[in-house]
Design a binder for this molecule. Structure first.
Ligand code: F6P
Length: 361
């Protein structure tokens, strides 16, 4: 009889509970295994008290719930963990403590549900002898080796719904509405919700934009008789020649971020070249919340089931993934090498341009 652990790391995302439920159900019902849930991501593995048994009762009713019943962490990298030493915080390798907790609790294998960062940590723990399988997760959809991640679809629904709502008020007031969406490195949410929500301009990190051309696009539209415009900007979009956001650490924020985010930056720049009323909305963490869509519930559930199968077959170091309509597996190492970005010359951008959407170039 096996005992497996599951944790959710990094930013939360709709569909995490579907994964947890899938893992618990297929482990208990189909195999008679024990499952333990680790509280607050990798942080939870530091102390035994954060680990509790997960039974069928514990996952009852969680399928439609957003977030993660296990909690997640903001800074939980056991290889570089903030530890207070003589009144100052020092980044310390506490991974031995993590390994000790796993061994002490008799956990045979771990399911790590996470994005790029959490999966890299999982790989490091593998090197210390912990058998791990990964489940890819991010609303940004920027993970390689899987067609899509759960959470992305729900985030798109939220963003598209917001664009629909912004449309009516923009039209009534003859305004330019700028909606900033998530996507620090990849513009998937901006691009796909922008197409689906009928945006006029889409700005993504993969295509540095020329602000004068953005201005012209909006002005041309006005001249053609459309008195309002909708701009969707991924938070990581940046002006040509400007610095790209490469790090999230507060002391390394670039100029655009210091100016209050790309939405505000674009608004300020447009104010100087357009005689139109402009408003900015940052959609923010709404995109990470809410009940998962049908697609994300199903994908999360299937990922959970597949993760258990990988453990049964001892295919450690692999993560589950979606290829076409099939759930498969792939080495985690392949998935974390680089991020999956929008191809500026790919079909999706081309379709946006065919639709008359200005994508910043
Ligand atoms: O999951 C990634 C992401 O959605 C990014 O697009 C965004 O920059 C980030 O999370 C924000 O995370 P937090 O505010 O939780 O640090």
């Amino acid at each position: 009889k096996r005992k497996i652990g599951i944790l959710t790391g990094g930013g939360d995302c709709p569909g995490l509970n579907a994964v947890i439920r899938g893992v618990v159900k297929s482990s208990i019902i189909r195999r008679g295994w024990d499952v333990v849930g680790i509280q607050d991501g990798f942080d939870g593995l530091l102390y035994e008290k954060n680990i509790r048994s997960l039974r069928l009762n514990d996952v009852r009713g969680i399928l439609p719930r957003g977030g993660t019943i296990l909690g997640t962490s903001n800074r939980g990298n056991p290889f570089s963990y903030p530890v207070e030493v003589d009144g100052t915080i020092e980044m310390t390798d506490v991974s031995d403590q993590v390994v000790a907790t796993i061994r002490k609790l008799g956990i045979d294998a771990l399911v790590a549900v996470g994005g790029d960062g959490s999966l890299k940590i999982a790989l490091e723990l593998m090197k210390k002898g912990i058998p791990i399988v990964g489940v890819p997760k991010t609303i940004d959809n920027d993970l390689m080796e899987t067609d899509v991640t759960f959470g992305y679809n729900t985030a798109l629904e939220t963003a598209t719904d917001a664009l629909d709502k912004l449309h009516s008020t923009a039209e009534s007031h003859h305004r330019v509405m700028i909606m900033e969406v998530m996507g620090r490195y990849a513009g998937w949410i901006a691009l796909e919700s922008g197409i689906s929500g009928g945006a006029d301009v889409i700005l993504i990190p993969e295509i540095p934009f020329d602000i004068r051309k953005v201005c012209k696009a909006v002005d041309d539209r006005r001249r053609r008789g459309s008195k309002f415009s909708i701009i969707v900007a991924a938070e990581g979009a940046f002006p040509r020649g400007g610095a790209r956001i490469v790090s999230r650490k507060a002391d390394e924020l670039n100029a655009v971020e210091r100016l209050g985010g790309i939405g505000n930056f674009v608004a300020r720049e447009l104010t100087s070249c357009l005689d139109m009323d402009i408003r900015v909305m940052v959609l923010g963490h709404l995109q990470r919340g809410g009940s998962p869509s049908t697609f994300d519930r199903c994908l999360g559930s299937r990922f959970g089931v597949k993760a258990v199968e990988l453990i049964e077959k001892e295919l450690f170091g692999n993560m589950v993934c979606l290829r076409g309509r099939d759930i498969r597996s792939v080495a985690i190492e392949r998935a974390v090498r680089k991020l999956k970005l929008v191809n500026p010359h790919g079909q999706m951008v081309a379709a946006a341009e065919e639709l008359g959407i200005f994508v910043g170039r």
